[in-house]
Design a protein around this ligand. Structure first.
Ligand SMILES: *Cc1c(COP(=O)(O)O)cnc(C)c1O
Length: 354
């Protein structure tokens, strides 16, 4: 029998929730969809796609739209098939077997997964008990282990907490490692490093169209860094990594700052409503020991010893959220979705069925 190599023997595939639920608040997707006018513009672009031709390998038009939207030079932007693919290209390009990668915990689980696939050692820095980040501890760990890469999300998935720009700056300028700063949720906050990336030769910022822009189905993500780093990524990626349909749709959506702005505003209103609802439950049911974190992204993070119990209860009632460690991560949804999840969590805490 063909012998599997060691690194894939215990590989566990990413496990998105299967099954049908009336309410899905598990993946931090957006509930805002493009207006009729924007949809028509997308349809119009798709009408002109040449299906027999390979895509533009450098995705010039969609990179330009992204660059203009976020105020960075196009030559400092690389596009990928979702930021998940961008992470794999970054690791393939800048890591070698045996290198050390520093990640934080809790944080996005895929970083450690991809690092293991390129046969790197992963060293994890635990966050403080209140889920805040200790910049000094990170700097010390990166430098002590001689790490080649530090990767973390800001705001953080799953805690929804943002790290102040000043702290991020301190980390990037105190390590020699490449810092991969995943700003997937930064459209919901205001501590982006995008305006000053050019001052750091060891910084790559990741962005995605899957969250604030509501384009998770399209698979489009970006890396931003100095041209020296971006040139490497452009050379290391597979030639046609972003398909023509995605490039066309992305170019339209990214050319509408009004759409992004309006979407962010609606999502933040929903997020605040969800947060306040959970904060109310925290007050009303002290025995459940809910700890609701003040969110900086489009989801709310709640630690509780009852996390698994609440998760199962919600599932039985047709609502799916994310269970992560001893906590729940709930994406901001439409009004009725937020109300439903809060109602069912309360029913669970009361020990009655809905
Ligand atoms: C959702 C998410 C992404 C987005 O990944 P895509 O592949 O672009 O959909 C990236 N990083 C983090 C931390 C996320 O939560």
């Amino acid at each position: 029998m063909f012998e599997l190599n060691e690194k894939v023997q215990n590989l566990i595939p990413y496990d998105p929730v299967a099954g049908k639920y009336r309410i899905r608040l598990d993946a931090n997707e957006s509930f805002v969809t493009p207006s009729q006018a924007l949809r028509e513009q997308i349809d119009e672009e798709l009408r002109h796609v040449h299906f027999n031709r390979y895509p533009d390998p450098y995705a010039e038009e969609v990179r330009k739209a992204f660059a203009d939207l976020y105020g960075v030079p196009r030559s400092c932007v690389m596009a990928g098939n979702g930021s998940d693919e961008v992470i794999t290209v970054v690791m393939n390009a800048f890591l070698q077997k045996g290198d050390t990668v520093v990640t934080l915990s809790p944080d996005f689980s895929m970083y450690g997964f991809y690092a293991a696939l390129v046969e790197c050692r992963v060293v994890t820095v635990e966050k403080n008990a209140d889920c805040t980040v200790d910049a000094e501890k990170i700097i010390e760990t990166v430098n002590r282990t001689g790490a080649r890469m530090l990767v973390f999300s800001n705001p953080c998935n799953p805690t929804s907490l943002v790290l102040a720009r000043e702290e991020v700056r301190k980390i990037v300028s105190s390590v020699e490692a490449l810092v991969v700063l995943d700003e997937a949720y930064m459209d919901f906050s205001d501590q982006s490093m995008l305006s000053e990336f050019a001052g750091f030769d060891n910084l790559l910022i990741l962005k995605t169209c899957s969250k604030a822009l509501g384009m998770a189905a399209v698979r489009l993500g970006f890396a931003v860094g100095t041209q020296r780093l971006i040139d490497v990524l452009q050379a290391a990626k597979s030639p046609y990594n972003v398909n023509t349909l995605t490039q066309a749709i992305g170019a339209v959506v990214l050319s509408h700052p009004d759409y992004l702005q309006a979407a962010v505003q609606r999502i933040l209103e929903s997020r605040d409503e969800l947060y306040e609802g959970f904060a109310r439950l925290q007050e009303a049911y002290p025995q459940a020991k809910l700890h609701v974190f003040k969110p900086d992204a489009n989801f709310v993070y709640i630690q509780t010893p009852k996390a698994a119990e609440i998760f199962e209860y919600l599932k039985e009632n047709g609502i799916i959220v994310r269970l992560t460690g001893g906590a729940l991560r709930v994406s901001a949804g439409r009004n009725y979705e937020n109300e439903a999840v809060l109602h069912e969590v309360e029913a669970c805490l009361k020990g009655e069925s809905a």
